[in-house]
Design a protein around this ligand. Structure first.
Ligand SMILES: [Fe+2]
Length: 265
């Protein structure tokens, strides 16, 4: 890595349950996360932070949030989190912040700022960025106009070409894009939720989605289907000149059974 670079890992859609052996469509989510953690320990020699981008838990249980904290305790870097549609924020906030899991939503790294938004719409699978979230975003961008901005939240503010998933993104995505187009320092948007690698450029801003650490959804299809491709995570390198590099790392295989007949989750 060049000097003045900051390495961030995005880990997403972990879907842990209170029961350590709980499966999600044939995948033991706890075991799958453990395999991802081992992969990171072996392959990622330098990192400055980890961001957990929602759906940390499948059942919103305190037990699952506590177990997650003990599993990722092996990383000696700050770990930040944002809620997904499966998370119970009330319960999550009784467990976090805890040790190196921090609840900051605005993080400065050199000439970069990372802005974490809450896109959860209580009781819904789809997402929404509340007026207070968009206001928080504006405040960060105005307070730090010289810092390149990386924005991350759970639900996607774009269509993927998957009819079923396109109904489950941020329902007020247009408001989000109208907000960010006023600020030239917004460099990139990262999301979770869609359980697949995806890239799209919107209003000249690159947008990236990330695989889940457990089950993977098939892209470009009208209805739900799993993809027979292993779990993964995203690495992000932010350079102080405003350039960034990013990519996906995957396990060699699914942890558990790939359920080709799954019709939903
Ligand atoms: Fe998810």
């Amino acid at each position: 890595m060049r000097d003045g670079a900051h390495r961030i890992l995005q880990i997403s859609d972990i879907h842990l349950g209170a029961d350590v052996n709980r499966e999600l469509l044939g995948v033991k989510t706890n075991e799958s996360l453990q395999a991802i953690i081992r992969h990171i320990q072996e392959r990622q020699t330098k990192m400055d932070a980890i961001i957990l981008s929602g759906d940390l838990s499948q059942d919103g249980s305190a037990t699952s949030y506590k177990r997650l904290a003990s599993l990722i305790d092996v990383f000696n870097v700050p770990i930040y989190f944002i809620p997904g549609n499966h998370d119970n924020q009330q319960v999550m906030r009784t467990v976090y912040p805890f040790e190196n899991i921090l609840d900051n939503r605005h993080i400065l790294f050199g000439d970069w700022q990372i802005i974490l938004l809450d896109s959860q719409k209580p009781g819904a699978v789809e997402g929404h960025l509340k007026a207070t979230e968009l206001q928080f975003l504006r405040e960060c961008l105005e307070k730090y106009p010289q810092h390149h901005a990386m924005i991350m939240f759970h639900h996607q503010p774009f269509n993927l070409g998957c009819t079923w998933l396109d109904k489950l993104g941020v329902t007020n995505a247009e408001q989000f894009w109208q907000t960010v187009e006023n600020y030239s320092n917004v460099k990139v948007v990262f999301v979770g939720h869609v359980h697949q690698e995806f890239f799209q450029q919107i209003k000249n801003i690159p947008c990236y989605a990330v695989p889940s650490t457990c089950i993977q959804f098939q892209g470009c299809r009208p209805d739900f289907a799993l993809e027979n491709i292993p779990p993964g995570y995203r690495w992000i390198t932010l350079h102080d000149d405003g350039q960034l590099e990013t990519g996906i790392e995957r396990l060699p295989h699914y942890i558990g059974r790939f359920d080709a007949k799954a019709k939903g989750y």
